[in-house]
Design a protein around this ligand. Structure first.
Ligand SMILES: [Zn+2]
Length: 392
């Protein structure tokens, strides 16, 4: 069992069990979504240890754009340009002296795209850290920005920072208390922390992909109340907060700035009353949407038509574990990500989409975000004449 990572309490209430079928693994990966009975924080419990996750992030290249020739994905562009503008406005309002000279750390920076925007606008003292070594290499090669290979918990530096950025980081971390306490120790007194996380107050407000928010890697589901509880513990005062819809994903992010105030460490927290209600609503609407997908799958099983599934990402890993998709007449899987090709999922081969040429299987597009692009590739590039099924 995982204790509440905000208040350290061990009594919790289970509200959902999430399952995944993972590439190369026989057993399904399972965690429980629970609510802390003391502070109301919603999080994933009974997960693998932090060590397993750390190994995963060191080896995982999903957050670096391995193919350097490839365009930065639209979702990454959209969110990072927004983070930059928000931060720039905030800094302009809070620093009288030249803000271009502020010392800024992006902790969990991927291949340094956000830092590259700061650099383009004249910021000079920039540093990034990321656990994956390929991020350091790419950041140098693509943008000439300084990225060091560190987990947050291993970071070392002699000087402190005026601003530390944690964008899309805290939702991944098992031990929130120690990681936040540690990274905040690198902030100057009265320095600022920028936090961006998926917005638990608005989960499923636009319901595209059911249970998307309970992903393999996301194990903390923050509302602004629970995030405030966490930050208060470490003397971080809220200075600005806004929720924003990211068009590419159709999901909301919670974006906030906090100021370090060493005198206020250990403030009392308040029970998050709305967290449970919001998450239960999200589960209800996700189930409703998943029922529609189950109907499509039932039809495929009944017809026993030969099926190829395009996409082995998080949606597929959830559908395989939570529906009876496995009973369909699956021939193989395809994915355009070369890192997956040649591997296996639930015993089936993952091939390159080229393998669909001259076949007449039914293709199930197991992606919402990329469904239009995949259909185009099938019809235009591969000249595919077989049946194509979308989930939306
Ligand atoms: Zn708690």
């Amino acid at each position: 069992m995982r204790k509440c990572s905000i208040c350290d309490f061990s009594s919790q209430k289970k509200i959902y069990t999430q399952k995944f079928s993972i590439i190369g693994k026989k057993k399904a990966f399972i965690y429980d979504v629970v609510i802390c009975l003391k502070c109301g924080f919603v999080f994933a419990s009974n997960i693998p240890s932090q060590k397993n996750y750390e190994k995963f992030y060191k080896e995982n290249t999903k957050y670096s754009f391995v193919d350097a020739e490839k365009e930065v994905p639209q979702a990454v562009k959209e969110s990072n340009e927004y983070y930059y503008l928000l931060t720039e406005t905030f800094l302009r309002n809070n620093f009288k002296r030249k803000r271009r000279d502020l010392r800024i750390l992006d902790a969990g920076c991927g291949s340094g795209y956000l830092l590259s925007i700061f650099k383009k606008h004249g910021y000079k003292r920039l540093m990034g850290i990321d656990p994956s070594p390929s991020c350091r290499i790419l950041a140098k090669k693509l943008y000439g920005v300084d990225v060091k290979t560190f987990l947050i918990s291993e970071f070392k530096d002699k000087k402190k920072f005026d601003l530390i950025i944690l964008s899309n980081v805290l939702e991944h971390i098992e031990d929130l208390r120690n990681n936040l306490l540690y990274i905040a120790s690198f902030l100057k007194e009265k320095g600022f922390l920028f936090i961006s996380v998926p917005d638990g107050d608005n989960f499923g407000k636009v319901m595209r992909e059911p249970f998307l928010e309970f992903s393999l890697e996301h194990i903390n589901y923050f509302t602004i109340t629970s995030l405030t509880n966490l930050c208060k513990k470490f003397g971080l005062d809220k200075r600005h907060y806004e929720s924003r819809k990211m068009e590419t994903f159709g999901a909301y992010t919670s974006n906030s700035f906090w100021q370090k105030n060493g005198n206020k460490i250990g403030q009392k927290i308040t029970y998050d009353k709305s967290g449970e209600e919001k998450i239960r609503k999200y589960i209800f609407y996700s189930n409703k949407k998943q029922e529609k997908i189950k109907k499509i799958i039932s039809t495929l099983i009944q017809s026993s038509e030969e099926l190829v599934i395009w996409g082995v990402g998080s949606l597929t890993s959830r559908l395989l574990a939570n529906t009876n998709l496995i009973n369909a007449n699956i021939k193989f899987f395809v994915d355009s990500n070369k890192a997956y090709q040649g591997k296996k999922i639930i015993g089936y081969k993952i091939l390159s989409p080229e393998n669909l040429k001259n076949t007449k299987h039914t293709v199930l597009i197991a992606s919402y975000v990329h469904s239009v692009g995949i259909r185009k590739t099938l019809e235009n590039n591969l000249g595919y004449k077989g049946k194509i099924i979308n989930l939306n």
